[in-house]
Design a protein around this ligand. Structure first.
Ligand SMILES: Nc1nc2c(ncn2[C@@H]2O[C@H](COP(=O)(O)OP(=O)(O)OP(=O)(O)O)[C@@H](O)[C@H]2O)c(=O)[nH]1
Length: 225
C-alpha cells in the first residue's frame, strides 16, 4: 500500500480556460476541509515548494478575520500583493459554493494585477464535511482532513471526502499518538472514492507536501496541454 503518494488521476479541469483577452487564465484550485486540518499549512508548503517554478497567488477565506492571510504574509510564502483575503461572515461554505462573488472578484483582481499567473490557490474557511467549492469558482478541489479528527472520517463520507479531486489526510505524524489506523483510513477512502486519488501527508516532515505538489503539477500539465 502506498500511503504517501497521490496518483495523479484524471485531470479535472473545466473548459473555459481563456481570459477576455484570449490569453489562458490561471488554474484555480480550492482547498477545503474541517477547522484546523491543515489547509493554511498546506497552502504555505505548496507556495514554498512551487514558487520558484510557477507564478502563484492565494485567496484566503476567514469567517470574521484575515488570520490565514496574515499567517501567510508573516511567513512570507509569497509577496504581499499575491495574497488576498475574503471575510465570509458566518457561513464559510456559502462564499465558496453559493454566493461566490467576493471570491471571484478576488481571483479576477489577482489575474488582472499580477498577470501572468499559472496557479491561484483558494483556501476556504474551516467548515464541515459537506463544504465543497462551486465549479464556477475553482477548476479542481482538494479536501484536507487530518488523522486527529478521527480515523472514521473517510468511512463517514460526505461530498468533500467522496467527490474532491484530491483527498489529503494530513498530520500522519500524529497517528501513533491518537491511535489512528492509517491503513484503515486508506481502505475506507478507497471504498468511498474509487479511482480518485488520496495523499497522506505530514507537514512536520521535510518536503511532506510533495505528494500534493506533484498532484498540482499534474493538474497544471493537463490545464496547459
Ligand atoms: N503535527 C502536525 N501538525 C500540523 C500539521 N499540519 C498542520 N499542523 C498544525 O495544525 C494546526 C492547524 O493548521 P492550519 O494550517 O492552521 O489549519 P487550517 O485547516 O488552515 O485551520 P482553519 O483555517 O482554522 O480551518 C497548526 O497548529 C499547524 O501547525 C501536520 O502535518 N502535523
Amino acid at each position: 500500500m502506498h500511503l504517501d503518494h497521490a496518483q495523479h488521476g484524471p485531470a479535472a479541469v473545466s473548459a473555459d480556460s481563456a481570459r477576455p483577452d484570449g490569453t489562458r487564465r490561471a488554474l484555480r484550485i480550492g482547498l477545503g476541509g474541517p477547522v484546523g486540518s491543515g489547509k493554511t499549512a498546506t497552502v504555505a508548503a505548496l507556495c514554498r515548494t512551487l514558487r520558484d517554478e510557477l507564478s502563484i497567488a492565494v485567496v484566503t477565506n476567514d469567517i470574521y478575520t484575515r488570520e490565514d492571510a496574515a499567517f501567510l504574509l508573516r511567513e512570507a510564502v509569497l509577496p504581499p500583493e499575491r495574497i488576498q483575503a475574503v471575510e465570509t461572515g458566518a457561513c464559510p461554505h456559502t462564499a465558496i459554493r453559493d454566493d461566490i462573488s467576493a471570491n471571484l472578484e478576488a481571483v479576477e483582481d489577482l489575474e488582472d494585477s499580477i498577470a501572468p499567473l499559472d496557479l491561484i490557490l483558494v483556501e476556504s474557511g474551516g467548515d464541515n464535511l459537506t463544504a465543497t467549492f462551486s465549479r464556477g469558482l475553482v477548476d479542481a478541489q482538494i479536501f484536507v482532513i487530518d488523522v486527529a479528527g478521527g480515523d472514521d472520517i473517510p468511512r463517514k463520507g460526505g461530498p468533500g471526502v467522496t467527490t474532491s479531486d484530491l483527498l489529503v489526510v494530513n498530520k500522519t505524524d500524529l497517528a501513533p499518538h491518537v491511535g489512528s489506523d492509517l491503513e484503515g483510513m486508506a481502505r475506507d477512502a478507497g471504498a468511498q472514492r474509487g479511482e480518485l486519488p488520496v495523499a497522506f501527508t505530514s507537514l512536520k516532515s521535510e518536503d511532506g507536501v510533495k505528494p500534493v505538489a506533484d498532484w498540482v503539477r499534474g493538474q497544471l500539465a493537463a490545464w496547459t496541454a
